[in-house]
Design a protein around this ligand. Sequence first.
Ligand code: AHR
Length: 497
Amino acid sequence: MPSANFTIDPAFTIAPVNRRTFGTFVEHMGRCVYTGIYEPGHATADEDGFRKDVLELTRELGVSVVRYPGGNFVSGYRWEDGVGPREGRPRRLDLAWHSVETNEFGLDEFIRWCAKAGVEPMMAINLGTRGVQEALDLQEYANHPGGTALSDLREQHGASPYGIKLWCLGNEMDGPWQIGHKTAEEYGRVAAETARAMRMIEPGLQLVACGSSSSAMPTFGTWEQTVLRETYDFVEYISCHAYYGNDDGDTASFLGSAVNMDRFIDAVVATADAVGAELKSTKKIDISFDEWNVWYGARSRRTDEDPDGWAVAPRRIEDEYNVTDAVVVGNLLISLLRHSDRVGVACIAQLANVIAPIMTERGGPAWRQPTFHPFAITSRLAAGQVLHVETNSPTVSTAKYGDITAVDAVATYDEGKLSVFLVNRSTEGPIEVTVDVSRAGVTSVLESQLIHDEDGLATNSADQPDRVTPQPAEAQLEDGKLTITLPAVSWAALSLG
Ligand code: AHR
């Protein structure tokens, strides 16, 4: 059997584990909000109409921060439509997803939902059809303590200040599909002016400028450079978005998706630091990887045809994930964790039904997709400091990324407790992995979790919600040497103490 090895040393720290790595995203798209997190009349609905089964799964997923309300949706959104008494709220066309938005759920409901889910809100503002004034109005409504028209309006709606710290200055403004799409120069100016004005109200906000919607965009690189030259002094983060699929059947490259994520992050960090050097700034701009996931264009089969158009909450891109997708998601989390020194926020997109770890049926059950598990386990076990890991591993040839290591890994260390996250990206067969953990002083395996199935296409459904679940991994720890056999296409997490 081929073998791989590496050494873990608690002295080789990268950065503390950042809880905001475990963020997610709720967009007004398809059934993410309606019949996803919100469904009055559902058997589990609470007094606000929030599905308690989904709230429970959200807590189990270990989510820290939730981005809202889009996505492409936000670029045509009027936030005022979604506050105050529900009776007066207008129905609007949603051009981004060709549907009708009822506005039954809006900012006021989202903040209440966040409190119940125990997550931090991350609010996106519309810089597509709107600008500085509307952003300031939203901020005044959401965060100002009182004594002004909009903060008093919020009080009339029965709410204390929302205290939203983290804000996205628009969404994917580099994409020609975006409502109000802009050139980098146009966007850089409006983002800088919006950020500058928002800081006049609250200097301590944390603001995210839009980076590229994918590293494959023709403007990737120059977009970040131009936008950051305008916004450098006014923002903390530049965003990255990436979706990986296997539509072309190139499974080797698909399993290597984390290599693309690694390179994407490294390139954006290098660009941001180059702009910082040019501006003679000592400040560092970090990354908000605020949309990432597996997303199959061709496998988005559970999408309503919507022949009449303009439906309310039609099915949109309800990808059904399999074990192989879960292994890729686990590996993408390894990539995000090892970049904890520069990735300050990350959001798996989205939370419910729309390319999501949680699926629901209207009036029916909620269940976990296979991708739910690596996320929930990593969020639960990653703690303390992220440690640098260099694997000696056989390689796999990929058409998109060249030769890559079959085994990829990262570790975290917290007061005598070591967590190791590993993946075997080879389709050929098992690999025996030996890890020297003697410097961590750990003596026993407290927990081991393996995601693998002989059928790489195995999936979960309403009828078989637990077809794919984590199984205990066979791992031994003796004399400071940890050994584990990773089957082909598998992801594992180990907790040692
Ligand atoms: O998450 C689905 C969509 O993907 C988002 O609305 C958009 O920002 C991205 O292109």
